[in-house]
Write a protein that binds this ligand. Structure first.
Ligand code: ADP
Ligand code: ZN
Length: 802
């Protein structure tokens, strides 16, 4: 039996990974039928059937270990009432105790040596039933260990070791700032006698038990008699009142004045009506909101959230990490006040935990965050927005390799809700959904404030020479355009996708390229501090004076990185203030600091990598220069063209967002390349059309389903052999009755060695998802028989192919 939703991931309802495997203690589990029942338990809790005698209550628990299956424990009588699916439990695991999440409770014969649960932590399941079911299906879809998937959904404080959970003092520690001390009300372990509490005392107690310690002042905001209630609770020993540091003001929480929404443009109104209609009807639907940069997509999201609210439903908004800026958050807060939980990587674990608890308790019904906000425990979820849905950062590239955009559709639909995918440059996957009738396209054709789109000109580097700097990569037209912008006191962004000073170092005597000792990549020279560095393993060393191979003093720097571009521009335009934005100068909060300086007009020219391309609204930027458009095209990846196109359109969209018109110069050696030529014309539709035709012809996604099996090992032969084994298994399994699966490989990865490990891979493609799943299932089984030291992984719907 297969559950389908409008979109795609077809996952059998009961496909728990542990189904037919051995349970802890070496016994076989119930197998499929037992698991199916367990699945229902997870969804609708009680009626527990007896299936076999001697029937004992058992809990299948996801533990944070990289093992596919859940582990079975016996549920002691005393814990039976609270050991529900979704509850966190403390389990003995080897010599340790671990916190896990119950995925299902069932009755059955206990496998030999089954240990009992030590403790149930939650009265109310930490993971609500709908989220739990979603996580289980996600684990099955990606062939990922259920315990690791569960980790994604729980904030660290909720999931960490039993010790922390058993020491509430540690758990409730407030790492406040600024030293201001206030009264906090914390729940104690004491239990009240039934019926002793009524009214606000009962409400306050329930509240602090649900969300953890709270400042008294905050309780008073909600309950007029909170002070008296707390006094009574403290006398009964049910809460402790302690002086602690004032609550840390989470980043992005500065109070904001409420905004008055603009009158929607006709295109915005049409989009909002469509989304609100689906929300009112509680209809599972997907919308692709295709609007040029600055067309007012964010305004549509804000109104969609309001519509969801009116229907009594909560919302999740996913944005690329780098686009989750205080400015963006301020727009949400200006509309919804403090009813927005912001899940940002800069949050401390404690802040994250507080946000999570507020959502879980239903105090806040909008969550906004990067990829992992997909798992926010929003109540009565009705809307999931994915902004910049084409962005590759929605794919997690380590651990559980899930794609938040694909799963957003899934999560929204299973909740009977709406998914809105927004982009100026839709992914081919999303466009394909529209063309196959599984999503509805909503267009915003014009910029909301009626600014014209910037003029884009390509600079053919084959014909056009260097400007006064003598460096070909600052061509005459680019140089002149910078000059003009500076003269007009306007700002300039230059985009160059290589960080460092010089991307490679070569010996001009023997031709040797300096490469990393552990990775098959060239070392990049960084000037401040002067070192060569590997961008894959972070190896770093001073630049040698002689070639390690021929000992000639002939090492030369090659290529242009952002650091050198910054230096060159500073020299060429001494009066201009030049700043740089890339991973070397800016991480997390520092990115904002640089952008704030740009907004404050303290910067005239901003040089940077991808970081400058994302949705920043910098109104005084009128000139955007793409230094080397071809770099993104030279990547061995079937999506290279799509990526390059998106990058060019996005970076062009940075120009002319204010009142002055924008201008974009794209330097390229290949101006006829469709990705370059069509980006220059802002012709997204023509590009989609063309690229889809190519993909169809070559049998690539979205016309086929793909998976990448990766194998790596310190020994090259072992890695190749291991990969060969898995490829053989794949070939032996397919074609299945469900269809054919194309197996390519094993082949060395484009970057054949990283961190001393040799990397091989097999690419699997099939027009049919079930056929691919059947083959992957066999590969997954075979993985466990690879020798120790040979690592392998399955990447379903791969994005990163290097
Ligand atoms: P996008 O998310 O598509 O890039 P935004 O939502 O950021 O676009 O809107 C771009 C600019 O237009 C913002 O400054 C926003 O305040 C403004 N804007 C959006 N909708 C309207 C509207 N209906 N009327 C006037 N200005 C609008
Ligand atoms: Zn390296």
């Amino acid at each position: 039996m297969v559950r389908r939703c409008g979109f795609s991931p077809e996952v059998p309802v009961s496909e728990g990974r542990a189904c037919d495997r051995t349970a802890p203690g070496g016994t076989k589990r119930h197998g499929r039928s037992g698991r199916r029942r367990a699945g229902r338990d997870a969804a609708d809790a009680p009626p527990r059937q007896v299936c076999n005698s001697p029937a004992v209550l058992l809990a299948d628990v996801a533990l944070p270990v990289p093992i596919a299956r859940a582990f079975t424990y016996a549920v002691p009588e005393a814990l039976a009432a609270r050991a529900a699916a979704g509850a966190r439990v403390v389990c003995p695991f080897g010599a340790r105790r671990m916190v896990g999440v119950v995925v299902a409770v069932r009755e059955g014969d206990p496998p030999p040596r089954t240990k009992p649960l030590a403790r149930v932590i939650d009265d109310e399941p930490a993971v609500p039933a709908d989220l739990l079911a979603f996580l289980r299906d996600l684990a099955a879809y990606y062939f990922a260990p259920i315990g690791e998937v569960m980790r994604l959904a729980l904030p660290p404080v909720e999931r960490d070791t039993a010790r922390e959970l058993e020491e509430p003092a540690l758990f409730d520690d407030a790492r406040g700032i600024a030293g201001r001390r206030v009264q906090w009300v914390a729940p104690t372990a004491q239990v009240e006698e039934a019926g002793t509490l009524r009214g606000q005392a009962a409400a306050v107690l329930a509240h602090v038990r649900a969300v953890g310690a709270e400042p008294l002042a905050r309780l008073e905001e909600r309950w007029g008699n909170a002070r008296a209630a707390v006094k009574k609770l403290a006398e009964l020993g049910l809460v402790a009142v302690e002086e602690r540091a004032a609550p840390e003001e989470p980043l992005f929480s500065a109070p904001t004045a409420r905004d008055a929404p603009h009158a929607a443009t006709p295109a915005q109104s049409a989009a909002i009506d469509a989304i609100a209609g689906a929300l009112r009807e509680a209809r599972a639907a997907t919308f692709l909101l295709h609007g040029v940069t600055g067309s007012g997509k964010t305004e549509v999201y804000l109104r969609a959230i309001a519509a969801a609210r009116e229907a009594g439903r909560g919302s999740v908004v996913l944005v690329p990490e780098i686009a989750l800026t205080p400015q963006l958050v301020a727009r949400f807060r200006a509309r919804f006040g403090d009813d927005v939980a912001v899940l940002h990587s800069a949050l401390t674990p404690r802040e994250r935990h507080a946000m999570w608890r507020r959502l879980r308790a239903g105090q806040v019904d909008v969550a906004i965050g990067a990829r992992s906000a997909l798992f926010a425990p929003v109540r009565a979820l009705g809307l999931v927005v994915v902004d910049e849905e084409h962005d590759p950062s929605f794919k997690q590239e380590e651990g559980v390799r899930y794609h938040a955009r694909d799963m957003a559709i899934w999560r929204a639909h299973r909740a009977g809700g709406v998914c809105v995918l927004g982009s100026a440059t839709p992914s081919l996957e999303s466009e394909h959904l529209v063309r196959t009738g599984r999503a509805t396209k909503l267009r915003l054709q014009e910029r909301a404030r009626a600014q014209p789109m910037p003029r884009v000109e390509t600079v053919d580097l084959r014909r056009i020479g260097p400007g006064p700097t003598g460096d070909k990569r600052i061509s005459v037209p680019l140089y002149r355009a910078i000059e003009e912008a500076l003269a007009a006191r306007e700002q300039v962004i230059l985009f160059l996708n290589r960080r460092g000073f010089a991307p490679s170092v070569r010996c001009h005597a023997c031709g040797q390229l300096a490469t990393c000792g552990s990775c098959s990549v060239a070392l990049t020279f960084h000037k401040g501090p002067a070192v060569v560095r590997c961008h894959y393993c972070d190896y770093e060393a001073p630049l040698a004076s002689r070639c390690p191979k021929c000992h000639a003093e002939a090492l030369a720097l090659e290529g242009l990185g952002t650091e050198k571009l910054e230096e060159t521009l500073s020299a060429a335009f001494p009066a201009a203030r030049v700043a740089r934005l890339d991973r070397d100068v800016a991480s997390g909060k520092k990115v904002e600091a640089v952008l704030d300086r740009v907004r404050a007009r303290e910067v005239d020219i901003l040089v940077g990598t991808q970081m400058v391309t994302k949705g920043h609204d910098l109104p005084s930027v009128t000139l955007v220069g793409v230094v080397n458009a071809d770099a993104a095209l030279d990547i061995p990846d079937f999506r290279a063209s799509e990526r390059a196109f998106q990058l060019l359109v996005q970076v062009a969209g940075r120009a002319g967002r204010g009142d002055a018109p924008g201008r974009v110069l794209v330097q390229t050696w290949d101006p006829e390349h469709p990705a370059v030529a069509l980006a220059a014309r802002h012709d997204v539709d023509a590009f989609l059309e063309r690229e889809l035709a190519d993909r169809r012809e070559l049998g690539y996604p979205p016309f086929t389903r793909a998976a990448l099996v990766r194998v790596d090992a310190l020994d090259e032969g072992e890695a190749r052999l291991g990969c060969e084994r898995l490829a053989q298994v794949a070939r032996a399994t397919g074609p299945t009755r469900a269809g054919t699966v194309l197996v390519q490989g094993p082949a060395p990865a484009p970057i054949a060695r990283v961190r001393s490990r040799f990397r091989f891979r097999v690419m699997l493609r099939s027009p049919e998802r079930p056929a691919l799943r059947a083959v992957l299932g066999a590969v997954e089984q075979a993985r466990s028989s690879l020798p120790r030291g040979v690592r392998s992984s399955i990447d379903v719907d791969p994005v990163q192919l290097l």
